[in-house]
Design a binder for this molecule. Structure first.
Ligand SMILES: Nc1ncnc2c1ncn2[C@@H]1O[C@H](COP(=O)(O)OP(=O)(O)OP(=O)(O)O)[C@@H](O)[C@H]1O
Ligand SMILES: [Mg+2]
Length: 521
């Protein structure tokens, strides 16, 4: 802290006097009366202020945020006839005795010794006396430094933007809590995907995590990382993805799922051999035709052995012939050259270049296939963790973390309902922290969008205006967002989010404006 001694009280509080503390202050709320004139007109909700109790000069200064600005007048009262209702011209002539009250929510104590600033403490226990003065923050950079010093980490803090009003106050975020998972919520267009991009860049740049981003539409991340994007069509599909692909292409109903899942397992086993044969074939077209035939026979034999009627078996053969061209099999199944293990290796390779690995999911034909890709990659991560940590004899085992963060934007497609992908995501949410295996999920909604077991394990959240107002209540169930209600959210513009939770050094929700992401192309 010795470096911080350089700053004196006046550096931080400056001379812009805004108001004074009224009676009934507590550690959670401090009522303030605002001086007339410029202070009264210029204050805004969410602005940062400093209270200094100058009569007790060694007491801490209080850093807080203004909420519930209230304009008052002793005679122009609500619900009372004030006497000028019948005389519109009188409204300009009467003398108005307006004044403004506002509530300050204390965020932290700034510790003072001999007139110098010596530290910051997010547990506010000092309550300023009535009459204490309220100042606009003069040098936000000092607050940034004080907050940064509270983060006990060897790595640099993550910074995604500045305080909404005090642009010189950057809110440093604690990278230690990335593995406790991050959620980003807000209505469409509020800037979730851009915020996630900023987070991703910070994480790959400043921490030892590699990042894998699943781009649902191929439009939010792919354009920013052309050199570190892999199309999911290049990644092997697991049995479930193969099953779903055939079901869709062959236009089969749910009724066929049992056949197809087993068929998916069989095809999955044969893929490598098919690829090999295609590579070596003199006449590729002919070989592909042969493979198509073998796959058809496999499907028919399998369904027959499971008790399908003869006409069903025949119909499957005809569907393969009419709806599944050999080239489609090649492109959608055999052309996938990366194993999921290789995808992990690629992610670590990109990490060395300070880049995330982006998986472009936009070309998959069904959402189920996208889910399978994500589920398979997560499963591969768990296999990696198992192999590195549990295969050795117990006494020889050393702890090997995986150091990966997965980004699931448009998470309503993946983190809700039932099934393989959602279960894999849930497992990361529940157990990932032990292995430094983190999640970033972003979605417009919470209810019917992010499973409650996943939510319960998200410990840092960014939230903006919500498309479903009841979602604020959903957030309250798993995060401490005391003091924020719908009226606070309605004041947010695109790019503005509240951040709450463990990564926020203040722990109490605070409004930030995300730094600018330049468009590309
Ligand atoms: N940090 C930022 N810097 C620059 N522009 C931004 C930023 N955040 C948002 N925008 C602008 O707002 C638009 C919408 O942002 P974004 O795509 O991130 O929203 P979203 O919340 O992910 O929406 P959706 O729910 O529809 O996916 C962007 O195309 C961009 O023009
Ligand atoms: Mg988006």
């Amino acid at each position: 802290m010795s470096e911080e001694k350089l700053f004196v009280v006046d550096d931080i509080k400056g001379s812009e006097l805004i108001g004074f503390v009224l009676s009934e202050a507590s550690v959670t709320e401090i009522p303030i009366s605002v001086f007339s004139g410029s202070p009264e007109v210029s204050i805004r909700e969410e602005e940062l202020m400093i209270i200094h109790d100058e009569e007790h000069s060694e007491t801490p200064m209080i850093l807080g945020v203004l909420r519930k600005i209230n304009r008052l007048e002793p005679y122009l009262r609500r619900r009372v006839k004030v006497g000028i209702e019948e005389y519109p011209e009188a409204i300009d002539r009467i003398e108005k005795l307006s004044y403004t009250n506002v509530t300050m929510v204390p965020l932290a104590e700034i510790l003072v010794k001999d007139g110098y600033i010596v530290g910051i403490n997010r547990n506010v226990t000092y309550v300023p006396f009535p009459g204490s003065k309220v100042y606009r923050v003069r040098r936000g950079d000092i607050i940034t430094r004080l907050l940064g010093a509270t983060i006990e980490s060897s790595v640099k803090p993550i910074v995604v933007g500045s305080h909404k009003y005090s642009t010189d106050v950057e809110i440093p975020l604690d990278p230690e809590y990335i593995k406790y998972h991050i959620g980003v919520f807000g209505a469409t267009g509020m800037g979730k995907s851009r915020l996630v991009k900023v987070l991703v860049d910070e994480i790959v740049m400043k921490t030892d995590y590699a990042v894998i981003v699943f781009d649902h539409t191929g439009m939010d991340f792919v354009p920013f990382y052309p050199d570190s994007t892999v199309s999911s069509l290049e990644i092997e599909l697991g049995p479930l993805g193969i099953a779903d692909f055939f079901r869709k292409k062959l236009r089969l109903s749910e009724y066929y799922v049992t056949y197809l899942e087993l068929f998916g397992v069989e095809v999955n086993k044969m893929v490598e051999e098919f690829r090999e044969r295609l590579r070596e074939a003199e006449d590729k077209e002919e070989e592909l035709q042969r493979i198509h035939g073998e796959i058809t026979s496999k499907l028919q034999a399998l369904s027959k052995s499971l008790g399908a009627r003869d006409d069903t078996v025949r119909s499957l053969g005809m569907r393969m012939k009419y709806f599944m061209e050999p080239e489609v099999i090649e492109g959608m199944i055999l052309g996938r050259k990366y194993t999921t293990e290789q995808i992990l290796d690629l992610a670590w390779e990109m990490k060395k270049k300070n880049r995330p690995l982006v998986i472009d999911l936009s070309f998959e034909e069904t959402v189920e296939m996208k889910r399978t890709i994500i589920g398979d990659i997560i499963e591969c991560c768990w296999r990696w963790i198992f192999e590195k940590n549990f295969l050795e004899a117990r006494e020889k085992r050393t702890y090997v973390p995986i150091n990966i963060v997965l980004v699931i934007d448009e998470a309503q497609n993946y983190a809700w309902g039932t099934g393989y992908c959602k279960e894999q995501i849930e497992r990361v949410a529940r157990e990932g922290r032990k292995w430094r295996f983190g999640l970033i999920v972003a979605s417009q909604r919470l209810a019917r969008s992010i499973d409650t077991d996943i939510r319960a394990n998200i410990n840092t959240i960014f939230f903006s205006r919500l498309s479903q107002t009841t979602d604020l209540g959903e957030i309250q169930k798993f995060a401490d967002i005391t003091g924020i209600d719908l009226s606070n959210l309605s004041q947010l513009m695109p790019r503005e989010f509240y951040i709450a939770g463990l990564m926020n050094p203040l722990r109490k929700p605070i409004a930030i404006r995300v730094r600018e992401v330049k468009e590309v192309g």
